[in-house]
Design a protein around this ligand. Structure first.
Ligand code: GLN
Length: 552
């Protein structure tokens, strides 16, 4: 097993995840099986309890793990399926060590950060790196380990120390350290400044880790003189300094690193053979060219609680992009703040209200993504109503399907005040109710999480076409509330059909509206399984319908 360890310095948000995934792609192109581990040095056990508006979306895995969104990047770039253990946090490490202490594993010993925490980290990495991820059941050959945060943070220190020790545990020749840093440009002459990188490399070396490669983020490609200076001051060979400059789309990153010799140098480092054909790189090149030459633009209104926070809806945006790219069009996302669609009270100002409506009306399709909490619910229901009545393509994901059902019950079935019991416990028409999988008395661990099977009820539905004729679908879930089974008959009689259900037939998974060009809802979150070359079917359905609407 080889390990590529990616750390970061200067500041967060440098695209360490994309760098790490891209290196993974290069290694995969050599015919190696590549897996990934993301280390998050925070104390939370997982991302499940964290706000997407602070930390970005909570990504959900097949096994129900609620993890950092970087795991989504790995799944998409490397086309793999990860497990909850592929996201290591301080919370998980300490929980294991403390449990072991109580069990008596360390009897007579003082339990300390070194060696107990650092050992736990190393054992974890070695164990998880072996878990098969590409569906063939075979053990991976390479594990990319991304260390979250920046080197020098108090909380990442035990991980940095563990990784320092790790090179001796598995052999220095099997570990490659990659440090991602920033090269800013200052002043009128626009000089590329190397000092921040010098400092962070010094910090890393102080912790006992020598970077094999530097990846320097900058707006423009690094100048030769800059690379030379970095090599001189940072104790790396000049050709081991990679420039990661701004590119029109993400798919360029592996190619950009490849062009600078990254694959060849990784082969040299690990003693690997580079002579074989690498069709993956051709595929990648083709994809990049396609994305660079899109024609036209389809406009999707994304109606959310907050807007403009791209990271909070990361996978949803990816799924929209994958769909648009596969159709050869550019994706334009117009953010509409749900509250601003509401007639009074809730909206920010009359101008914002007018703008929200103008934006909604200008869109070729409407998407209401998942969410929790009452804020913006009425606005989302209004968006669903607008799309339904005006035959605008609509996709509701999780909460987005729930608001569509609520709206339909109120305005078509005349059930005044119909609601989800999440937002109105005493509603006279509870069309969406708490349907936990486990305990009915505890909120904790009652979410329906991860991959579950949906069975299509007939082969004539849109879902059947979108999923390529499959009658059985596996998608990922993250919710507590569902459409009330007692209401199904009334809803279906009025045309809202539940064409996908769980194997027991009790849980409504897919909703479609009769006589509408595309009005589709899923209780599950299809965005998590979207891939660049295999767009998520419901998203592709929305974008396809939006393009048709645009051209009509
Ligand atoms: N809040 C809703 C529920 O728990 C929807 C959740 C979601 O959209 N992920 O069922």
């Amino acid at each position: 097993m080889r390990y590529v360890i990616v750390s970061g310095g200067v500041l967060s948000g440098l695209g360490k995840g994309v760098t790490a995934s891209s290196l993974g792609v290069l290694l995969k192109s050599l015919g190696l099986r590549v897996t990934a581990i993301k280390i998050d040095p925070y104390l939370n056990t997982d991302a499940g309890t964290m706000s997407p508006f602070e930390h970005g979306e909570v990504f959900v895995l097949d096994d129900g793990g609620e993890v950092d969104l970087d795991l989504g990047n790995y799944e998409r770039f490397l086309d793999i399926t990860l497990t909850r253990d592929n996201n290591l946090t301080t919370g998980k490490v300490y929980a294991n060590v403390i449990e072991g202490e109580r069990r008596g594993d360390y009897l007579g010993k003082t339990v300390q950060v070194i060696p107990h925490i650092t050992n736990e980290i190393q054992e974890w990495i070695e164990r998880v790196a072996k878990i098969p991820v590409d569906g063939n059941g075979a053990e991976p050959d390479v594990c990319v380990v991304e260390l979250g945060g920046t080197v020098g943070d108090i909380e990442s220190a035990p991980f940095v120390e563990a990784l320092r020790q790790f090179q001796f545990r598995v052999g220095r020749e099997n570990v490659c350290f990659v440090h991602v840093s920033l090269v800013p440009v200052l002043g009128v002459v626009g000089e590329q400044k190397t000092k921040p990188t010098q400092h962070t490399v010094k910090e890393l070396r102080g912790a006992g880790i020598t970077a094999d490669f530097l990846v320097c983020r900058s707006e423009k490609p690094l100048e030769d003189a800059t690379k030379e200076k970095l090599a001189l001051f940072c104790h790396v060979a000049k050709d081991h300094v990679f420039s990661s400059y701004d590119v029109p789309n993400l798919y360029h990153v592996p190619l950009m690193l490849e062009a600078q010799g990254a694959t060849r140098l990784l082969c040299e480092k690990f003693g690997l053979d580079m002579s074989r054909e690498r069709p993956l790189m051709d595929q990648w090149r083709e994809m990049t060219e396609r994305v660079d030459s899109l024609e036209g633009e389809v406009n999707i209104a994304m109606v959310g609680k907050y807007t403009g926070l791209e990271d909070s809806y990361h996978s949803v945006i990816k799924a929209l992009n994958h769909s648009a790219f596969s159709l050869g069009v550019q994706m334009r996302i117009t953010w509409v703040k749900a509250g601003n669609l509401e007639p009074d009270a809730e909206h920010d100002s009359p101008e914002e209200h007018a703008k929200a409506w103008a934006d909604l009306k200008a869109a070729d399709g409407v998407l209401v993504p998942g969410g929790f909490g009452i804020r913006g619910i009425e606005g989302k229901a209004i968006a669903a109503q607008y799309a339904r009545e005006n035959k605008i393509p609509y996709l509701g994901v999780c909460l987005g399907m729930q608001v569509a059902v609520i709206e339909f019950a109120r305005n078509v079935l005349g059930m005044e005040g119909a609601n989800s019991t999440e937002f109105d416990e005493k509603t006279a028409h509870p069309v969406v109710i708490f349907m936990p999988e486990g305990s009915t008395t505890h909120m904790g661990a009652t979410m329906r999480l991860g991959s579950r099977t949906t069975l299509l009820q007939n082969s004539g539905c849109t879902a059947h076409r979108l999923y390529g004729g499959a009658m059985e679908i596996d998608e990922r879930h993250r919710h507590r509330y569902e459409v009330n089974p007692d209401m199904i008959e009334a809803l279906e009689e009025a045309g809202l059909k539940f064409v996908g259900r769980d194997p027991e037939g009790q849980r409504m998974e897919i909703m479609e509206l009769d006589g509408h060009p595309f009005y589709f809802g899923t209780q599950y979150h299809p965005e998590f399984k979207s891939r660049p070359n295999r767009p998520s079917p419901p998203f592709l359905g929305l974008v396809q319908a939006a393009v048709e609407h645009m051209n009509a």
